[in-house]
Design a protein around this ligand. Structure first.
Ligand SMILES: [Fe+2]
Ligand SMILES: [Fe+2]
Length: 186
């Protein structure tokens, strides 16, 4: 595969450095969502658990899409540890609020990536990011809807479960998604 002009023997471009960091952010998101899923699972809220187990797999896919891209761009790949995972929560709302916060942070990370790619005239990089930018809009919207439903339910999580069962099905097969390194969930 060809190297981009921006990563040379002198080191990685800023865009590639941010992309290497993004692998860690996506694995952290994957691991954090397992923690949320297990918390809901343990409290007999299977629909919320399902949504977050599934979301975890999608975050793993995001990491593996970036790994695929780095491999194809001849950027050295190391698989990182994740950042710290939060497991202690006072109430169910806190988990959904954390998920929304996390999605907003990841969106900000992709905006920084897009800025770096543009500054460095990395057109291939810019194109690669387009799917992630769209995906982030969807994920922020999804978590923000879920938080609104939680707030409206006034502590009745069985109402939230009914909403989630009806309106948050597992989605599969996005043909426009970038290829992962190895198998993917969708
Ligand atoms: Fe992600
Ligand atoms: Fe996400």
């Amino acid at each position: 595969m060809t190297s981009t002009a921006k990563t040379t023997e002198h080191g990685l471009s800023k865009f590639h450095r941010l992309l290497v960091d993004q692998v860690r952010h996506e694995f952290t998101a994957a691991q954090q969502y397992i923690a949320l899923a297990a918390w809901f699972d343990d409290r007999d809220l299977p629909q919320l658990a399902r949504v977050f187990y599934r979301q975890s797999l999608e975050e793993r896919d995001h990491a593996m899409m970036i790994v695929r891209f780095l491999l194809d761009s001849d950027v050295p790949v190391t698989i990182p540890q994740t950042d710290e995972i939060k497991n202690d929560f006072a109430e169910p709302r806190d988990l959904v609020a954390l998920a929304l916060r996390q999605e907003r942070e990841v969106t900000e990370q992709f905006h920084l990536l897009a800025k770096a790619a543009r500054e460095e005239a990395d057109y291939t990089g810019e194109q690669f990011l387009q799917w992630f930018l769209k995906e982030q809009t969807e994920e922020v919207a999804k978590m923000s809807t879920l938080l609104a439903v939680v707030d409206r339910s006034d502590g009745n999580f069985f109402d939230v479960e009914t909403f989630v069962a009806r309106d948050m099905p597992d989605e599969s097969g996005d043909p426009t998604a970038p290829e992962t390194a190895g198998p993917s969930v969708s």
